[in-house]
Design a protein around this ligand. Structure first.
Ligand SMILES: Cc1cc2nc3c(=O)[nH]c(=O)nc-3n(C[C@H](O)[C@H](O)[C@H](O)COP(=O)(O)O)c2cc1C
Length: 393
């Protein structure tokens, strides 16, 4: 419940995608937030206040007469930890740029003194119109957080930019607006997933890593303020996190090469990937036939990426490793930490692989240990980064 005790206002304007605001409200509530909804008067023609009232259990406001007092725009602005307008129409963007306060939502926006998350949605021509682009630029320069629309088929039948961004990405931007920024000024490289070591065009040796924790770590590195986040991942079903540059690789050798491209540019490296220790000694470019009763695959050691990173660690660079063990978790993790020149290691049992829940320990270079109890992987990623960066500055 990463948003427990947090108050979020979702503003909704008169866009065809207004119904998606219902999903956003639910997603925020699932993370523990208390959500209130403010509508523009015209938005009520798209989704009625009854829907939002039922979803939130809170009052839904669209003008001053709909509130208990005539100063609700001030009280709501004070109440909120985050304020997102999703979808925000071209019309409301223009009003926000010029500080107009002609309805409850725009007045609330003017009374709110922190960055607002703005997720535009509209027809491509409306989005690309110089007026809209200038409004977005001005609002971004003022510090508001713009969640760019996605490309795709729009309700009007046209194709292009203008679809409301994915709810997950809008939620990430809301988290960005709320959380502290201990990673500000840092460039971060994260690896994720289980590498695939092919021995013919379709068959490979791999492991059970889902890449989920690595993707959550990348998402949280962005939320906690990293200037740039590179994610080098083995193939996974996980979505690309918002504002993260993701590169997909197959084998340990490919991962090594990609990691080496960024290594000199980054301040922090988090090696979360489950890199296969061994790879087949031979590769058949033709699919192997099942003619014989037996197939022997000989394996040889893979490149030890973490070890190489530890050897070439530059002054001030922070290197974090992961250790998954079936037994002697702490002892093996401490050995790995020392041998590979790490600043900290996150140790977990192998059961954590492909699970939605993480538990383990963070072991620091100075010998101190911090337990992470079983929690969902998104919360675990936040805890891991927060704990590491409050200790290692
Ligand atoms: C069916 C329909 C769909 C619309 N969809 C959008 C939209 O997705 N984005 C947008 O900016 N305007 C859209 N508009 C135009 C806005 O509703 C119009 O500009 C309105 O004045 C915006 O009011 P508001 O910003 O106060 O909510 C749509 C209009 C209609 C009739």
């Amino acid at each position: 419940m990463i948003l427990k005790d947090k108050n979020v206002i979702v503003g909704v304007t008169a866009s065809i995608s207004a119904y998606k605001a219902c999903e956003l409200v639910r997603a925020l509530q699932k993370d523990g937030a208390t959500v209130r909804v403010a509508l523009t008067p015209r938005a009520r023609e798209f989704v009625g206040e009854m829907t939002f009232k039922a979803l939130t259990g809170e009052e839904v406001l669209w003008d001053w007469r709909s509130g208990k007092t005539s100063l609700e725009h001030i009280y709501w602005a004070r109440w909120a930890d985050a304020f997102a307008i999703a979808p925000v129409s071209a019309n409301t963007l223009a009003k926000l740029r010029f500080g107009m306060a002609d309805n409850f939502l725009t007045t609330l926006a003017l009374a709110y003194d922190k960055p607002i998350v703005l997720a535009p949605a509209m027809n491509t021509k409306m989005f690309e119109n110089v007026a809209t682009q200038e409004n977005l630029k001005a609002l971004s320069e003022r510090g508001h957080i713009i969640v760019d629309p996605a490309c795709g088929e729009l309700a009007c039948g046209e194709e292009g930019a203008g679809k409301l961004a994915d709810v997950e990405d809008i939620k990430t931007a809301i988290l960005y607006a709320i959380f502290e920024k201990p990673l500000k000024g840092k460039k971060v490289l994260i690896t994720a997933g289980g590498t695939r070591e092919f021995f013919d065009p379709i068959r490979y040796i791999s492991n059970n890593s889902s890449g989920k924790l690595g993707h959550e770590l990348a998402k949280w590195a962005y939320i906690l303020g990293a200037d740039k986040v590179y994610l080098v991942s083995a193939p996974t079903c996980e979505r690309k996190p918002y504002c993260v540059e993701r590169y997909t690789v197959n084998s340990a050798d490919e991962m090594y090469q990609k990691v080496m491209e960024f290594v000199d540019d980054v301040d922090v490296i988090i090696m979360n990937a489950a890199v296969a220790d061994f790879k087949p000694t031979s590769y058949s470019s033709k699919k192997l036939k099942k003619d014989s009763q037996e197939l022997t695959i000989t394996l040889e050691p893979n490149v030890d990426i973490l070890n190489e990173l530890g050897k070439r660690k530059k002054e001030g660079q922070i290197l974090i490793g992961f250790a998954a063990e079936t037994e002697d978790l702490e002892k093996n993790a401490v050995q790995k930490l020392k041998k590979k020149n790490l600043d900290a290691i996150v140790a977990n049992k192998t059961e954590v692989f492909s699970s939605d829940v993480f538990s383990g320990k963070i072991i620091f270079k100075d010998g101190s240990i911090l337990e992470i109890p079983p929690i969902p992987k998104d919360e675990a990623a936040y805890r891991i980064l927060k704990e590491i960066f409050s200790k290692i500055r």
